[in-house]
Design a binder for this molecule. Structure first.
Ligand SMILES: Nc1nc2c(c(=O)[nH]1)N[C@H]1C(S)=C(S)[C@@H](COP(=O)(O)O)O[C@H]1N2
Ligand SMILES: [Mo]
Length: 348
């Protein structure tokens, strides 16, 4: 049913991605001129092993465990015929921005050295997980829901899996089969994946094959060894510019970027062109959906040539503002400090 393939199936051209082993990071400049969503061809990929190729004619999604009255196995067409919901939601790796613990704070953390490109927002369509659990007769005593992926086991830890508390599972989680209007691409979880709004990317299990519903607390290496105690994502911001972008002097530029938080809408974005001495409010444009991002822009006419640094800092509706320094984290998760984006102002 599952067959090994190249680590990542889709093309990873150098102008769209930076490849990190089995994973690939989106280059932020490729969001320039794009709409609200990250197109599938440039959405980051985080694989523990490699993308499996799954035959949907034999694939089933098992829902079972002590927390359900009637275990069920759902086929692909059956899922697609159920009531569906469509959400615009970000998926972001907990380690997004890890590289800056080293480059900005001189206290590097081991793991994939992501810049800010381990995030994307897509329009996901699928069946609410709540609906599937109800179909299986979820019991009042249900405590945890453990989704498991069909990709190859990771080292000695078994299949990628991570328990989700029943309250979140019954709230806004989607069993998605469509990404931006097309069936899920193989790298993003075909035939179905979870989409867990606001939570670290590891919660959104790809290549879903099995969901266990328990009446006791469950654990897996993905909430004890890796990604322990991380649920929602903090505030971050990125410019839609290449690293070391060259900006002609004396010309008015409109710089674009996006800010996001797993904990609520972004309410303010400020930009500094002088290393954080003064800050100007950026203008927002378009929508900002919960659990997605806010696009913004700001005008700037650089007056002097030479190297410089752009800084953007956002505040979400819970009142959290990006700090200048993030406290060190042993695994390099949750880097939320303002990123110093290097540029060069050049003679145009
Ligand atoms: N089955 C499975 N699900 C998985 C993973 C994986 O390796 N296997 N990686 C997780 C991690 S760490 C992240 S950040 C997201 C990445 O989703 P994407 O590759 O579609 O961007 O998928 C999560 N779901
Ligand atoms: Mo991740």
């Amino acid at each position: 049913m599952t067959q090994a393939m190249a680590t990542i199936v889709k093309p990873l051209p150098d102008h769209l991605f930076r490849v990190h082993g089995a994973s690939a990071e989106m280059r932020w400049e490729t969001m320039s001129g794009q709409g609200y969503h990250t197109p599938n061809d440039r959405f980051f990929v985080r694989n523990h092993t490699f993308t499996p190729l799954i035959d949907v004619t034999t694939w089933r999604l098992q829902v079972h465990g002590a927390g359900v009255r009637c275990p069920r196995a759902f086929g692909y067409d059956e899922l697609r015929a159920m009531p569906s919901r469509t959400f615009d939601v970000a998926i972001e790796c907990a380690g997004n921005g890890r590289r800056f613990y080293g480059t900005q704070q001189h206290d590097g953390a081991p793991g994939t050295q992501w810049g800010l490109g381990a995030i994307g927002v897509a329009r996901w369509r699928g069946v609410p997980l709540r609906y599937l659990l109800q179909q299986a007769g979820v019991l009042p005593g249900a405590i945890d829901v453990l989704p498991t992926g069909l990709d190859a086991p990771f080292e000695d830890y078994g299949h990628v899996r991570r328990p989700l508390p029943i309250d979140k599972a019954m709230d806004d989680v989607l069993v998605a089969y469509e990404m931006n209007g097309t069936p899920l691409p193989p790298d993003h979880g075909f035939p179905v994946r979870l989409v867990v709004p606001g939570w670290v990317g590891i919660a959104s299990i790809k290549w879903l094959g099995d969901i266990e519903v328990s009446t006791t607390e469950l654990s897996s290496p993905w909430n004890t060894v890796f990604y322990a105690n991380v649920t929602t994502q903090p505030v971050k911001s990125a410019f839609e510019l290449p690293w070391n972008a060259r900006l002609p002097v004396g010309k008015p530029h409109v710089l674009h970027g996006r800010s996001w938080s797993g904990r609520g809408r972004i309410v303010r974005v400020e930009v500094s062109f002088d290393g954080g001495i003064s800050w100007r409010d950026a203008e927002h444009h378009g929508q900002h959906l919960v659990s997605a991002w806010l696009p913004w822009h700001i005008g700037w006419a650089p007056r002097r040539t030479g190297p410089g640094v752009l800084m953007a800092r956002a505040t979400d509706e819970t009142g959290s503002t990006q700090p200048l320094i993030t406290p060190r984290h042993p695994f390099g998760y949750h880097f939320d400090a303002v990123v110093q984006h290097p540029i060069h102002v050049v003679n145009g």
